[in-house]
Design a protein around this ligand. Structure first.
Ligand SMILES: [Zn+2]
Length: 218
């Protein structure tokens, strides 16, 4: 991908001043133009750079009057328009959206773990020495404060969000209390919680431990 970027100049104010006199023709009436450079990416202004610059012309004879003492005044009262910060604003909005999405995901995980439903799938992340592996647990049933889960057959050595096509859950029961699950979530070992997934995730494939036959759970 080719990035087109660079520095451009924006005219941020144009005004006529009736105080100064032209150094060439002595008539009253000077036009001030204030500029600000900005850095752009694909012509989208990212942020302003450098100081403001001014050009001053006589409205009568058109000659430049760039050294008029009013220049400093007009530069100081002209604020840089917000659109010259577009890139920075877009970037901050993206970060904000990501943060909010993440907060919502964390909240949802906590709600799901606090109130498990049959079929909920936990992605478990284990850090052992220098390596990390993942596996899944599927809620088989709940009994009071106890949550009974089935593990899946495979282990994964990179982040996953669904079962491998050959993978499945095994009807081997593991018991957790809701508090233990909560602790696993707080430790980050429960990396993700899925509910209301569709078949493409493979979470509905459950194999009986004793019969070795593959059945599909609701
Ligand atoms: Zn003039």
């Amino acid at each position: 991908m080719i990035f087109i970027y660079g520095r451009k100049k924006a005219k941020i104010k144009k005004t006529t001043d009736h105080i100064g006199t032209c150094t060439t023709c002595n008539s009253i009436g000077l036009e001030f133009e204030i500029f600000r450079d900005y850095f752009h990416l694909f012509w989208i202004p990212l942020f302003p750079v450098g100081d403001k610059e001014s050009r001053v012309y006589c409205t009568k004879c058109g000659k430049p009057n760039n050294f008029n003492p009013r220049v400093k005044h007009f530069e100081s009262v002209t604020s840089t328009p917000i659109y010259l910060y577009s890139g920075v604003l877009i970037f901050l909005m993206l970060i904000g959206t990501l943060v909010i999405t993440n907060i919502n995901t964390q909240k949802e995980k906590a709600l799901f773990v606090a109130d498990p439903k049959v079929g909920d799938v936990y992605l478990i992340r284990k850090d052992v020495n220098d390596s990390t592996y993942y596996y899944f647990l599927r809620v088989a049933r709940t009994q009071g404060d106890t949550v009974i889960v089935y593990p899946n057959a495979f282990q994964y050595f990179s982040f996953v969000y669904k079962l491998n096509d050959e993978d499945y859950f095994v009807t081997q029961e593991f018991f957790f209390t809701k508090n233990e699950l909560k602790e696993l979530l707080e430790k980050g070992e429960i990396n993700g919680v899925d509910r209301d997934y569709d078949d493409s995730y493979g979470f509905n494939r459950v194999k009986d431990l004793d019969t070795d036959s593959l059945r599909f759970s609701p």
